[in-house]
Design a protein around this ligand. Sequence first.
Ligand SMILES: NC(=O)c1ccc[n+]([C@@H]2O[C@H](COP(=O)([O-])OP(=O)(O)OC[C@H]3O[C@@H](n4cnc5c(N)ncnc54)[C@H](OP(=O)(O)O)[C@@H]3O)[C@@H](O)[C@H]2O)c1
Length: 360
Amino acid sequence: MKKYDVGIIGATGMVGQRFSLLLADHPWFNVTALAASSRSAGKTFEEAVSSRWAMTDPIPQNLKDMVIYDAVEDMETVAGKVDFVFCAVDMKKDEIKALEEAYAKLECPVVSNNSAHRFTPDVPMVIPEINDNHLDVIASQRERLGTKRGFIAVKSNCSLQSYVPAIYPLDKKFGVDKCLVCTYQAISGAGKTFERWPEMVDNVIPFIGGEEEKSEREPLKIWGEVKDGEIALADSPKFTAQCLRVPVSDGHMAAVFVSFKNKPSKEEILKVWEEFSGVPQELSLPHAPRQFLNYFTEDNMPQTKLNRNLEGGMAVSVGRLREDSQYDYKFVCLSHNTLRGAAGGAVLLAELLCAKGYMD
Ligand SMILES: NC(=O)c1ccc[n+]([C@@H]2O[C@H](COP(=O)([O-])OP(=O)(O)OC[C@H]3O[C@@H](n4cnc5c(N)ncnc54)[C@H](OP(=O)(O)O)[C@@H]3O)[C@@H](O)[C@H]2O)c1
């Protein structure tokens, strides 16, 4: 595989820092540009992040001295230095939409963690093991944007990375009727550490702005179909969600209740999970977990602190499958929110895009 030059827009943030670690010695990607707001522009990466470095691994040696660009003012310079960019910024939705489209129009593909374009009909929102066929809409997006190479591809919200992978193959096999999920989400999902958010120590906050809507609606795009160059949203399965912020640094857990059209046995569910894999595993993409869904038989597993880093934080942990008195079954799911749920998921998506020739 040839090497691609890549940029990180929002490099100084929580997700951007994760990107820097994942990309510092990536076998296919070479970081040639870092960008953030005007507050960070002109500083070295080390100067910009040293007082707020939130990762346990140190700042990558090869990126420390790289000078940060202004993501807006220096857009043409950044686009000229890279084959594509990863984007994770905290800006207003319409500003993010405009920023990402502007990079795409400079013939610089954008792999985004932001929610701004998730419901743009010709922008694919992809979990690589599930809906890689949605990349087909890139051709019509390029037509709309008037580009040859440039396009935007996004990943879904971090909350649903834990439960959608477990529910999707069950729906394909047995037909899922409805799902109820309660998520228990880490503070890094808000770009925070305990140091910067002391109110979260010994506390639970029963509200995360916009999260329940995303957790209920985004699965319908993942389940959607490509029709006439757009993704037509599915109308089932129906999801209802409550999302809570809990005092955990990293890792989103979900308690899931599911009813089926054709109720399977517990053994049938476990077999589907064990056998589920997708194109990333077939292609042995660098960030593909070998085993995507991992079932734990112990009653007190999976645990956030013990299992969030499974397979480099790219695998999903599942446990406590049992019958329910109101739904057919209940179980819990866990995934790392800034790895599989954000930067890692985007890196895997970019690997898929490269393997399929979209970055050439
Ligand atoms: N954290 C997660 O687990 C997670 C998961 C999935 C998706 N996301 C999404 O990823 C995005 C970033 O989240 P985060 O948690 O990394 O946020 P964050 O830690 O607050 O970082 C925000 C980044 O955006 C940059 N930025 C802010 N204003 C800007 C501007 N006007 N122009 C250019 N860059 C600007 C910041 O640069 P400065 O340092 O220069 O201010 C920083 O690099 C959000 O859209 C979020 O919804 C996050």
